[in-house]
Design a protein around this ligand. Structure first.
Ligand code: MN
Length: 399
């Protein structure tokens, strides 16, 4: 029974904007980060590494009134190879700098929380993103709305989702793609190449695509080099992939060589996508000005969180760059964050690659992410729209 003296605060909507004396109930009073180690179903090979597991950081943020938000952050494989951050640095940054920077502050003063984190720590986009995702879950739960509503509401209930072919052999990749097509999970395939001899790898990609097209003429293909080639190699081999019908090439050259990305974009009809070269909204502006990407891969992790990834998407929209929903191999929790944001973007012609839950052998939510008819379903419910299984989080927490 609720009385006027009840401890539970008034609906936060009533207090939205009054960041003064009456906002104490919404002050953040705890920020906790744990590392979880999850097994993958199969090894993931690409030009910059091989991994058999995925480590993530689970962030729990609470307010004085007892509300709790749970978010997830991580890097590809949880290690530092992709962008310098790892799950260990994420946890350290949150424990030592980012958490203390936001404790005591009003959870609804959102831009101020991001500014406080920036003052406490430069860079560390993946760590800030992990906190940002938990904050979004918390705000969504307090307002009793899905996070997508904060970004304009849903444009779509499900999103076409590609599959990464990363077994590194022709036979295994074709067999894998055959299963995905038969089960109607995926028909757009990103072939990961670049680890071995460039000519042989280009040939393997072409042969793989041909074999999969023989299974289904609905199949389409992109190729991800993960920075493996130098510019002359890319200039020689990418036109062959273009002629073979590949619809997109991702990051053929090292991340620092943005000028080469621009030159390759100028000589290819096939769109080129900057991934390792392009992190946050400022990079999107720069890439648009330099024409070093034809498509913007919106990624919450490297983009510094949901809010900043959304701003990056707005910059891309202004520049006429089509959007693609990227990932960093998240569980169903981090995937839900991607789904909330991507579902609210105006146009998403390239779909998404939110396949973390299908690659992980274990998950962290009570209900798994749903994949159906070549699309991934956007979850319903407040916040990120998923329920975290805390027993599983505890079970997989690193000692
Ligand atoms: Mn990539």
């Amino acid at each position: 029974m609720k009385t006027s003296s009840s401890a539970s605060p008034a609906h936060p909507i009533n207090r939205y904007g009054s960041v003064g004396a009456d906002s104490k109930e919404y002050a953040i009073d705890r920020v906790e980060a744990v590392i979880v180690d999850l097994p993958l179903r199969r090894q993931h090979f690409h030009a910059s590494g091989t991994h058999a597991g995925q480590s993530l950081v689970i962030v729990t943020i609470g307010t004085k009134c007892g509300a709790v938000g749970i978010g997830e952050g991580g890097t590809p494989a949880g290690t530092a190879f992709w962008g310098g951050e790892s799950v260990e640095t994420i946890k350290l940054m949150i424990d030592r700098y980012l958490g203390p920077a936001i404790i005591g502050r009003n959870v609804f003063a959102y831009e101020a929380l991001l500014a406080a984190m920036d003052r406490a720590a430069s860079h560390n986009q993946f760590a800030k993103a992990a906190v940002d995702v938990a904050l979004h879950d918390l705000v969504g739960r307090l307002l009793d709305i899905p996070v997508a509503v904060l970004y304009g509401g849903r444009m779509r209930e499900s999103i076409p989702v590609l599959w990464a072919l990363a077994a590194a052999t022709f036979e295994a990749d074709v067999e894998d793609a055959g299963r995905q097509l038969e089960q109607r999970y995926h028909r757009f395939f990103k072939i990961k190449i670049g680890k071995r001899d460039p000519n042989a790898e280009a040939q393997r990609a072409i042969k793989t695509a041909e074999a999969i097209r023989n299974i289904s003429n609905e199949a389409t293909f992109s190729v991800d080099l993960n920075q493996a080639w130098d510019e002359p190699t890319a200039a020689t081999l990418l036109p062959r992939l273009q002629d073979a019908g590949f619809s997109l090439v991702e990051q053929p050259v090292p991340h620092w060589n943005v000028a080469a990305m621009s030159r390759l974009a100028a000589r290819l009809d096939m769109p080129i996508l900057s991934d390792e070269s392009l992190w946050d909204l400022h990079d999107v502006f720069d890439a648009a000005a330099r024409r070093s990407t034809d498509v913007y891969a919106v990624k919450i992790a490297k983009g510094g969180g949901i809010r900043r990834a959304y701003k990056g998407a707005a910059v891309a929209e202004a520049a006429g760059l089509p959007l693609y929903g990227g990932m960093a191999l998240e569980s169903s929790l981090g995937t839900a964050a991607g789904l909330q944001l991507f579902s609210a973007l105006g146009e998403l012609p390239w779909g998404c690659e939110l396949i973390g839950p299908r690659l992980l052998a274990e998950d962290l939510t009570t209900e798994p992410t749903v994949y159906r008819d070549f699309e991934v379903i956007v979850p319903d419910g407040p916040g990120l729209g998923v329920t975290v299984d805390m027993d599983r989080v505890t079970h997989f927490t690193r000692a």
